[in-house]
Ligand binder design. Sequence first.
Ligand code: ADP
Ligand code: MG
Length: 344
Amino acid sequence: MRQVIEQLPGYLADQIAAGEVVERPASVVKELLENALDSGATQVDILIDEGGEKKISVIDNGSGIPQHELLLAVSRHATSKIKTGADLAAVATLGFRGEALASISSVSRFEIVSRAQDESAGWGLAAEGDGRWTEPQPKAANPGTAVHVTDLFFNTPARKKFLRSARTEFSHIEQLVKRVMLSRPEVGFKLVHNNKVVRQVFAVTDEVSLKKRLSQLMGAGFVDQSLRIDFAAQDIKVSGWVGQPTFNRSQTDMQYVFVNGRIVRDRLLSFALKQAYADVLYHGRHPAYLVFIEIPHELVDVNVHPAKYEVRFANGRWVYDFLRRSVREAVAKPLVAQAGSGAS
Ligand code: ADP
Ligand code: MG
């Protein structure tokens, strides 16, 4: 028998949307870190309890959110990052969907405390996954934002069942945080698990601190045996560090590519890098690299998948070619590349 059509209550719609974005604790951390970075934070602390299943807190010193916008911040389809279709076509921030906080707060016990840079006090809001938010409460806080996510998936048992051990969930978080640390040298990060500092990196201010941070994250061997690259052409820039062919690995575990500061999983880019090393590596060996691609925002579509790991290039072939040629020139002719010649 047919039932009548009814509009879903907002919190249920949010839980459904959360299914696409919030797969596990690491996805929560990703969204909260993106928000912290978009807010211009220079320091971000990530505090995790029991693999994130018990608690995830992300605390930043960024712009903060004024009291009168707090409830909007946690509402679905509310964002400060894009306003028009033209903005959507040239997204310059990590976030733009206006969904993360609504989604996360629909599947956890959630608290946000924020103090806008020009306000003298912070304000907090909380909810328990049913869309019923407390009135804003004044809170002692430093300028910036703190989000506390407790008991993730407590009200969505089907999703909770798929969580692995705290140790496994934490290792996903750690890998994600490491990527973010690599993507933003100018930001300090601290990752704490069960009250123990697991990783801490300081904002890079000069060449010395840059190398130090890089060896913390990629290992001293990589720093010693990699070449710095910096190639630019009209509308594209490829920079970073590419491991020399002698520094090859049995796995693809030291391969990092960022597009406009965004973590991406892109087969085209991985393939371009693989091809760049094709002549200088034995079969079955893999290069190590940390590559930053910068291209105008309007030439990359970031609105491909809710989790935002995928991007589409307006001209993929051209990105592929430029990346492959640049890296190949560096790894095949290290001395020439170090002298700073451009790709041809
Ligand atoms: P999106 O990031 O796609 O805009 P979110 O749900 O993640 O959507 O966040 C909604 C809005 O809340 C953001 O657009 C931003 O204005 C504000 N916000 C969220 N987190 C922070 C933060 N850490 N610092 C400052 N503002 C934030
Ligand atoms: Mg966001």
